[in-house]
Design a protein around this ligand. Structure first.
Ligand code: ADP
Length: 265
């Protein structure tokens, strides 16, 4: 669980893809929660940190996993020096401070966990804390943002309709080539011609059908590749370690991906 990112004058770089910044801001003003869907590494987390900084809100990020309990979000009693004291979880801290609570990969969390979100996501905007008997009223600044990846591995894992229908939803995907080019250049420092080569390669790799690929190459991996190339690594090695090996364990698939790389570098 990450420490809260306090609002700062530094706004993390985010290259907008469509009208997502305006939608987010309006949802926040109307006190509506947001659900962001999209493949891993396409910019969801960066978008949320960017918007938190733009709106001047503290951000509490939780990477959800299948063991995440309601207490991990809301808080628990801790024993220290023989004393029992209550310790707020990230959701409670976000509510108290009127900030953003971002639950990344929310479908991974246990079902009972998502239930604690319900009273916060309708017009009551309350967080009942059973263990302390408190009932917190979320201040206007508070916003709940959740994300998940509706791709391959979540065929069986999805949000219940009763949960998902409480959110305004945005669909993310890998950005259009011109946007991805700007992202790679900005994030890795790579010059335009080489960044363009990576964008073209990404398009070819993403179109490669018929292989054992769970997910397509992400913008995040393209940025990694750009950084390695900037550090002086040969493009072929950078592509192999950043764009080919992370995608599969199957030798035939790896060979096919590497073949595509060879057409570009
Ligand atoms: P996700 O949360 O969707 O898994 P991230 O937000 O962590 O993905 O994005 C991974 C990386 O990709 C970021 O650290 C950033 O370098 C880059 N990135 C992707 N899309 C964008 C974008 N639109 N603007 C800026 N950076 C982006």
């Amino acid at each position: 669980m990450n420490a809260p990112a306090l609002p700062s004058t530094h706004i993390p770089f985010y290259q907008p893809v469509a009208d997502e910044c305006a939608v987010f801001e309006q949802a926040w003003r109307q006190q509506l929660p947001i659900l962001i869907k999209g493949p891993t590494g396409c910019g969801k987390t960066r978008f949320v940190s960017h918007m938190a900084a733009v709106l001047g809100l503290p951000l509490f990020t939780v990477s959800c996993h299948d063991d995440l309990s309601a207490a991990d979000l809301v808080g628990r009693h801790l024993i220290a020096d023989g004393d029992t004291r209550w310790c707020d979880g990230p959701l409670t801290r976000a509510v108290r401070s009127g900030g953003i609570c971002y639950l990344d990969e929310v479908v991974e969390a246990r079902k009972d966990t998502t239930v604690v979100l319900h009273p916060l996501t309708d017009d009551r905007r309350i967080l009942p804390i059973e263990r302390t008997g408190e009932e917190l009223q979320a201040p206007p600044g508070f916003m709940l943002v959740v994300s998940y990846n509706p791709g391959y591995q979540h065929v069986l894992k999805t949000l219940k309709p009763s949960t998902r229908q409480r959110f305004v939803a945005l669909s993310f995907d890998f950005p259009a080539p011109a946007v991805e080019l700007a992202v790679i250049q900005q994030e890795s420092g790579l010059d335009a011609p080489r960044a363009q080569q990576l964008v073209t390669l990404a398009g070819q790799l993403r179109r490669l059908g018929g292989y054992d690929l769970d997910e397509a190459v992400s913008t995040r991996l393209l940025v990694y590749c750009g950084k390695l190339m900037m550090s002086g690594m040969s493009p072929l090695t950078a592509c192999r370690v950043a764009l080919v090996e992370p995608l599969s364990d199957d030798p035939d698939t790896l060979a096919a991906l590497q073949q595509v790389v060879l057409t570009q570098f």
